[in-house]
Design a protein. Structure first.
Length: 202
């Protein structure tokens, strides 16, 4: 066990030394991602998702886009990173890449593109995707290669773990867990939250 620990420590040290040579000028370790929809809304739909997860791709296409269309002017949609690294080996890097895109104001464009081209993840396509989205290539490369967004991704994961998220996608509406991931249940919870909001005194 001690021998394995030394090996892992050595790898970590080598990784750290390599990353330390990358210029991170103009790059923040904090997440820059913004919500979709009405940012100031009191009705918040939060999704914990994994960009390599086939179920997340399906939900994004068949569920999320319908919600954005129906409630985009009334509801805030928050995306939380929840890469299932034990199942999806490319998900953690993809999550970081989306955070790097957020620094350039294109978080949601990156999410949309990543799901649309999900089958390319095995080819480490992130710089190609960044180019397709007209991101600053140098800034994006340095952001992703430095690993500076790791802690931002892990902060989302920690929040999800505290909420006992154990799969993706997982949705909450104003903190209430959506149990079936169905459009009907999410819509019902949103409509209930709307009624409560409309009834609240000004």
């Amino acid at each position: 066990m001690r021998f394995h620990t030394l090996i892992l420590s050595g790898i970590s040290l080598l990784t750290f030394v390599g990353c330390s040579t990358i210029d991170t000028t103009g790059i923040s370790p904090a997440s820059s991602k913004v919500p979709r929809g009405m940012e100031a809304s009191s009705i918040i739909v939060t999704e914990y998702a994994d960009l390599q997860c086939p179920a997340c791709k399906a939900a994004h296409t068949m569920l999320n886009k319908r919600l954005y269309s129906q409630y985009g002017n009334r509801v805030r949609f928050d995306f939380k990173q929840y890469p299932l690294r034990a199942l999806h080996r490319y998900a953690f890097t993809a999550a970081q890449a989306s955070e790097c895109a957020a620094d350039q104001g294109k978080f949601w464009e990156y999410i949309d593109y990543a799901y649309e081209h999900q089958e390319e993840l095995k080819d480490n396509p992130h710089e190609k995707w960044a180019s397709a989205l007209n991101l600053n290539g140098d800034l994006f490369h340095r952001c992703l290669a430095s690993g500076i967004k790791e802690d931002a991704v892990l902060a989302d994961v920690k929040q999800g773990e505290a909420l006992e998220v154990n799969g993706t996608p997982t949705y909450f509406v104003n903190g209430t867990l959506v149990k079936t991931n169905s459009l009907e249940e999410i819509t019902k919870l949103i409509e209930t939250a709307k009624k409560m909001s409309d009834a609240a005194p000004l």
